[in-house]
Design a protein around this ligand. Structure first.
Ligand code: FMN
Ligand code: 173
Length: 389
């Protein structure tokens, strides 16, 4: 058994599963891990170490042979940032806005279901951290807490509700009404989830989580139960929606909506034609269609096709401040953070997410200064070298 933790270690921003799992103090260490996480890598390692191995696999894994999961990182690694030397950047400014939502940094947190598997406060903690940092959450439909509870946890913060286009249609429209009543500013329709991805690691682990972690929104609607929702989401015979249907249903939303899961110019056109006010270039973090292209690789052609008609968000593989700069230089207005947010949550709840946002924003400011960029609006493809796939 480890010795009882000294008082100073009580501030450790980790929620160990039990005191036996707490890391042993390393008094001789130059870097005092009990003070504050100092890099995003430390947060990831602490977060994954705090989880059951099967839950860590649920978080980390991709689908199929995980080719798209790896392609997302490889796409960032292939790109270079070409600096503009001797360009005064006294105070790099990371502020921007997205769909009229002011943001202190070009970041939204991603919708991820099952959030209480990572930390008991789940998206409540994410919303609180985001409010303090001045950014917005995309709240998952299949999360552990109701959209109303998340709104109450951070009343002043902007928020967007993610929805799955699944039957019955009354469920989708009902959710959109609840979002509007609870002060959500937009909806985000996930268009890359006609059925669940082929989750190899979850299958091999016989991963069988308590479905209540995904059911935070379900008891109030009455139109669909958790087993039914999962059936519709994961059943291979569940794919019954097309753009025409989405356009019709979205006409009843009374909120702007974002299409999440666009990976090419055609899909971007369809989304805009269906009435989307923004798009997320995304392959769902490599969790849906394996062999799908890296989102960074298709971003330039999507941005060219969209030609400024709607704002563009990008997710899938964003892990560093330099990644954020690259995505913005290649045409994104903001990035969306899936796993980075979940690592912070697992590592320390609200404080872990807050530290994640702080470190990512600081890294972005350093990268901007080194690249010679004072404002995000100055970023364009001239700052990017290297090659796409
Ligand atoms: C554990 C987990 C659960 C997710 N659940 C959802 C979901 O319910 N709805 C959705 O649209 N996307 C979901 N996603 C995808 C994220 O919203 C996002 O697209 C992806 O994580 C971005 O890639 P990144 O993790 O590399 O940042 C989930 C991702 C993870 C890691
Ligand atoms: O795991 C996912 O990526 C995901 O999209 C999801 C959606 C609903 C329930 C659980 C996970």
């Amino acid at each position: 058994m480890p010795a009882p933790a000294p008082a100073a270690r009580m501030a450790l921003p980790i929620t160990p599963r039990s005191s036996a799992d707490a890391p042993a103090p390393r008094a001789e260490s130059l870097y005092r891990s009990d003070v504050q996480f100092s890099t995003l890598g430390e947060i990831r390692r602490a977060g994954l170490a705090a989880l059951d191995p099967d839950v860590a696999d649920f978080l980390e894994s991709g689908s199929g042979a995980e080719l798209t999961l790896r392609a997302n990182r490889a796409a960032f690694a292939r790109r270079t940032i070409v600096p503009r030397p001797m360009h005064a950047t006294a105070s790099p400014d990371t502020s921007t806005s997205f769909l009229g939502i002011p943001l202190a940094a070009p970041i939204l947190t991603a919708p991820f279901g099952g959030d209480a598997l990572f930390h008991r406060d789940g998206h409540l903690a994410v919303a609180r951290a985001n409010a303090a940092h001045g950014i917005a959450s995309i709240v998952p439909e299949a999360g552990s807490f109701s959209l109303e509870a998340i709104a109450e946890a951070a009343p002043a913060a902007a928020r967007i509700l993610q929805l799955h286009p699944i039957d019955p249609v009354e469920h989708v429209v009902g959710m959109s009404r609840r979002a509007r009543r609870a002060g959500y500013g937009a909806l985000c329709v996930t268009v890359d989830c006609p059925v669940g991805g082929w989750r190899t690691r979850n299958r091999e682990n016989r991963f069988d989580p308590d479905l209540r972690h995904f059911a935070g929104n379900l008891d109030e609607t009455g139109t669909i139960g958790v087993a039914e929702l999962f059936g519709r989401l994961l059943d291979v015979d569940g794919a019954r929606w097309d753009w025409a249907r989405l356009r019709e249903v979205a006409a009843e939303f009374e909120l702007p909506w974002i299409a999440k899961g666009v990976l090419g110019a055609d899909a971007a056109e369809q989304a805009i034609a269906a009435g989307a006010s923004a798009i997320v270039v995304s392959n769902h973090g490599g969790r849906q269609l394996d062999h799908a292209p890296a989102s960074l690789d298709v971003l330039p052609e999507v941005a060219e096709a969209v030609a400024g008609r709607v704002p563009i968000a990008l997710d899938s593989g964003v892990r560093t401040g330099a990644d954020v700069l690259l995505a913005l230089a290649l045409g994104a207005d903001v990035v969306v953070l899936g796993r980075l947010t979940a690592y912070g949550l697992a590592a320390g709840g609200q404080h872990g997410v807050a530290r994640t946002l702080e470190l990512l924003t600081d890294e972005l400011r350093t990268t901007m200064a080194l690249a010679g960029v004072e404002r995000l609006a100055d970023l364009d493809a001239r700052f990017v070298g290297g090659r796409p796939a």
